[in-house]
Design a protein around this ligand. Sequence first.
Ligand code: ZN
Length: 320
Amino acid sequence: MTTEQRTAGIHHVTAFVQDAQRTVDFYSGFLGLRMVKKTINFDAPEVYHLYFGNEGGSPGTIITFFPWKGSRHGRVGSGQVGITAYVVPTGAFEFWRERLNKFGVAYTEVTRFGEQYLQFEDPDGLRVEIVAREEGPLSKWTFGGVPADKAIKGFGGAVLFSGAPSKTGNVLEQVLGFELEREDGEYRRYRGTGDLGNKIDILLDPASAGNGVGGSGTVHHIAWRAKDDVDHVAYRSRALNNGMQPTPVIDRNYFNAIYFREPGGILFEIATDPPGFAHDESFETMGEKLMLPSWFEPHREAITAGLPPIEVRVLEADQS
Ligand code: ZN
């Protein structure tokens, strides 16, 4: 174990929503992300697990959803990831402001750490924001009305609504190797080593976020990047040594995972970069076919029949 072990930043974010097609329309149709994987909740095969990211679903770009019709509505608040930030190329900010207007998505503009953010909600109430930055490779994916030079590169970071901000900060520093950057008003910013998903802001007053309630429209967990299995196991030791109670390593097919709830109430995962999303289907067609783990394959027909049909489609406002 080395004290220099530092995470690049966010691996993925996972949230609950109600409606599968509505979610595809928002994240692919409106935000222009690629649906890189269509699979099911391995614990509840009647529910999709949908992954959206850049062209290859690189770590630091992936948001995943469990669309669960009729599930309880949550409330974004303390003990959760409050806001998920997407980063776009410098010069694309105005494009996104116009796009929000074109689609009638209500937004507010805020400044944090000297950066300008467009903040809005997805159809389930998940809080999302867009910031423009130099760093991070351009996305190679274009869809609908979003050209490549304006496309979302991946995550810029996240705002954590911790119930215990300084303890959460300690976990970011001591377990994950984030570096404290500085404070700005209500927020304290931490920095990972990557150029995506690397700026994590903690809201310093938990009361200002109100109580969080899990359910649709809220983030279930946030995952941090480990380089490989060796790195992963070392993070697990560090979590243990810092009083966390990490799960054993779980094989999630596209990465290995451990989970623990940090003292501020947020469910943290640490996930390995390899093997990634292209290992069980080709880069060209990923996301098109329903992918099932081997033990569900014999039940493909019944599983498919129970899932609502979904399609990635160009939205009406982009067709003219
Ligand atoms: Zn996860």
